[in-house]
Ligand binder design. Sequence first.
Ligand SMILES: [Zn+2]
Length: 113
Amino acid sequence: MKVTCHCGNIQITASYTPNEVANCNCSICRRYSASWAYYSPKDVEVLFTKEKSVFYIWGDEEVEFHRCNLCGCITHYITTPKCDKEITAINMRMAECSILDNIPVRKIDGAIY
Ligand SMILES: [Zn+2]
């Protein structure tokens, strides 16, 4: 499965299509309006054509939220060594509708964060 940001600079390939996506209502996910698919980092490849992604990190600094520096789309997040899990999450809003529309959505109540 492959997704891209709007301008095509950031290209993400995952070794399989997710069974579900997660919509979280925490302070950052609700602002990004992201739909996350969680992967082991080894199952995901992130490439760029013009500029590498830039990221935002906050709070306990366990997660880097990456975006395209050209078109601004939030493409993925990765966990940092401060996190006890290794996760790469793809923002499935970058996927074509034909993919995203067929994946069930799970709501996560992360609002305490
Ligand atoms: Zn872009």
